[in-house]
Design a protein around this ligand. Sequence first.
Ligand code: SF4
Length: 407
Amino acid sequence: MDLSKKTQKKLCPIPAFYIHIPFCRTLCPFCTFAVRRDRANMHEKYIQGIVDEIVRRSEMLTVMEPKEGNEKHLRQVSLESIYFGGGTPSCFTIQEVSVLIKKVREYFPWSDQIEIAFEMNPDDVNPEYLSGLAEIGVNRLSLGGQSFQTSTLQQLERCHTSADLREAIASITDSLFVNWNLDLMFGIPEQSFSMFKKDVEEALVYDPTHISLYGLEIHERTPFGKNPQIRRWESEHQEQFEAMYLWATDRLEKAGLFQYELSNFSKKDYEGRNNLLVWSGQEYLGLGVGAHSYYMQTRWGNTRSIRTYLQHLEKNKMPTEFEERLSGKQLATEFLMLGLRQCKGINIEEWQTRFGLQWQKQHTEFVQGLCDEGRAFWKGQRLCLSPKGMLLADRITVQLMPELSED
Ligand code: SF4
């Protein structure tokens, strides 16, 4: 698709876009995302909604555009990453995805090196679909495989089988796509350590450029969360959960997939662009139901209801459900959390100066304790967590935040 002739009238002060496609063929019992069972007859209306939102957000960003003097924002002029997530973006036809990419291109200039990443379910992958995606500019795939074991996939109530997953991988490796991620899950009820090891070993045979490794989290309001047997299984298998994670981080590194964040491993230069931008504190725009955005120290989130989302846009209103200006404390906490989840760690001195913070004796002692336990280490001024520490990243963040007013 040649989009190079489009007129680029406006600046794009935000480098990363996320587009949420909320449809899934079946709903997984652990899922907390804004998703609905797929109905093809809803696609057209939803696409129109996102198109309207692109136009509205473009107007909004023009109004919010920083004036002279705020050089940080004036410097940022092109879009570097679009991430299609969900939900299941591959429920959409190529034509439907193309409408969205073209609309973004029409309203926001983008970098020649833009990464357009696209999440797929294995049962949607086929050679025609892949070449269609490549033609409309998608250059990174993320495959929601989760496991190669039939019983594990059944436990997760996934709509694909292990045969679908192997076929999907064969199609990808035969296609033009070199940059692709495979999602794997661990800590699943009835999944033994040896089953998980088999999953990781088989994944490595296919040589993906990136693996995302997610431990199953069980949230109260989901069907898994309401199932006492599953909750019991979770609490009785914490040690195995940790052992799986530690084994996999070591195994993936040995196979040349380097950990760069708590859940993400890649070959050199194949880190997810969207991940890197967001985690380095860059601004991002989320489009679609339930999508979150962050711009000029303000965070907002769209409604999770498709009906409300469409109704708002039809009435020329933003589909925003909440909006908050982040306090200094929130920004400092977020910065620390994002830093600690990344393997390169965080420069503590810079962080303290930026947010006007000072660690007390108890913070220094806490860090020393983490280092003694092998959960953290210093790389110059940077505090880094080891895989053992990553397992506690959120709790460590809370412990390391000095008292600070909410302003
Ligand atoms: S396929 Fe993904 S987004 Fe859809 S219900 Fe399952 S976990 Fe949620």
